[in-house]
Design a protein around this ligand. Structure first.
Ligand code: PLP
Length: 276
C-alpha cells in the first residue's frame, strides 16, 4: 500500500493512465460521485467499486466489478467485514485470474473484452462532451433564447411576466376547489372537479390529476379539460379527465398550477394548489 498525498490534476493524470483496476471503497452513501473512476475509463482501466455514486448507475457485469449490495448499512462492523471478504474474493477469484490468463500471444482476452465493453458502453455517457452538450442544448440555449424574448422591446415581456406574477400572488389564496366527483365507467375513472377562480383568467391555470409513479417511475400527470361553467357561480368551472382504472381512483389527486407560455413552471413560478 502506498499513500499519495495532495491529489491534484497532475497526480490524477498519472494514476488514471497507469492503473489496470481502479478500486474505490467508500462507505455507501458517502461517495459524492466518483469522477476518478470515469477518468479511468478512457484510459482502458476497469472499475471495481462500491455500488455508490456514479458506479451505482454505471455498473453492469460486463464492464467491471461491484462491491456491496447497493443498500446502506451504516457502520455495521459485520457488514464491513462482509464487504472486505467480498473485495478479496473478487480479487482472488475473478480479477487476478482474468488479468493473468493469456492466449499464446500473451493477450489477456477476457480482460481486453471487459475493457472494450467498459470503454464502449460507458465513455459516451460518463463524459464531459455528453454533459456539456446536454447542458447547452437543454438548458443554456433555451435560457439564452428566453432572455432574448424577455429583454426585447425594452423588456416588454419581462415586465408582463412581473405583472402576471404579482397578480397571481395576490389572487392565489382566493382560488379553491369545490366538489370532486369520481365515477368509474368500464375501464376508466372519470374525474370531475369544480374550481372557483374568483375572476382569475382560466387560461392562466392548468388543472391536472397527479399520481405518484409506481416503483420510482415518473409521476403520472393528466391535464384536465375545462368542460363547462358552473351555473350561478362567478368564474366557477368544471374540469374533467379520465384515467385507466388499473390504479385505484384514490391514487389520484387533482391540483391547480399557473400556466403561461414562455415561463418555466414550476421552476420560475411554483404555486401549486392541491385538492383537499
Ligand atoms: C478526478 C479528481 C478528483 C475527484 O476524485 P474522486 O475520485 O471523484 O473523489 C478530485 N481531485 C482531482 C485533482 C481529480 O483529478
Amino acid at each position: 500500500m502506498i499513500f499519495l498525498s495532495d491529489y491534484n490534476m497532475l497526480l490524477s493524470e498519472y494514476l488514471v493512465q497507469g492503473v489496470d483496476v481502479w478500486i474505490n471503497t467508500p462507505l455507501r452513501p458517502w461517495e459524492a460521485c466518483g469522477t476518478s473512476g470515469m477518468k479511468v475509463l478512457v484510459n482502458g482501466g476497469i472499475n471495481l467499486s462500491e455500488l455508490d455514486g456514479w458506479w451505482a448507475e454505471a455498473y453492469t457485469p460486463e464492464v467491471g466489478w461491484a462491491l456491496g449490495d447497493g443498500q446502506e448499512h451504516g457502520d455495521d462492523p459485520d457488514w464491513n467485514a462482509h464487504e472486505a471478504g467480498q473485495l478479496y474474493d473478487l480479487l482472488e477469484r475473478e480479477v487476478v485470474p482474468e488479468f493473468y490468463s493469456r492466449d499464446d500471444q500473451g493477450i489477456p482476452v477476457a480482460w481486453v473484452n471487459r475493457m472494450r465493453e467498459s470503454m464502449a458502453q460507458l465513455t459516451p455517457r460518463f463524459s464531459t462532451n455528453r454533459t456539456v452538450r446536454e447542458y447547452t442544448e437543454q438548458h443554456y440555449l433555451p435560457a439564452a433564447e428566453a432572455y432574448r424574448e424577455r429583454s426585447a422591446d425594452k423588456g416588454a415581456f419581462g415586465a408582463q411576466m412581473v405583472d402576471w406574477r404579482r397578480a397571481l400572488g395576490q389572487k392565489w389564496n382566493a382560488l379553491r376547489f369545490g366538489e370532486v366527483k369520481i365515477e368509474t365507467v368500464g375501464e376508466q375513472h372519470v374525474f370531475e372537479v369544480q374550481m372557483y377562480l374568483d375572476g382569475f383568467d382560466p387560461d392562466a391555470v392548468r388543472v391536472e390529476l397527479y399520481a405518484e409513479g409506481k416503483d420510482g417511475t415518473t409521476p403520472e400527470r393528466v391535464e384536465m379539460q375545462r368542460v363547462r361553467e358552473l351555473v350561478g357561480a362567478i368564474s366557477g368551472y368544471v374540469y374533467r379527465a379520465s384515467v385507466s382504472a388499473v390504479r385505484t381512483a384514490s391514487d389520484y389527486t387533482a391540483r391547480l398550477m399557473p400556466k403561461r407560455d414562455g415561463v418555466a413552471i414550476p421552476l420560475e413560478e411554483n404555486h401549486i394548489l392541491w385538492q383537499k
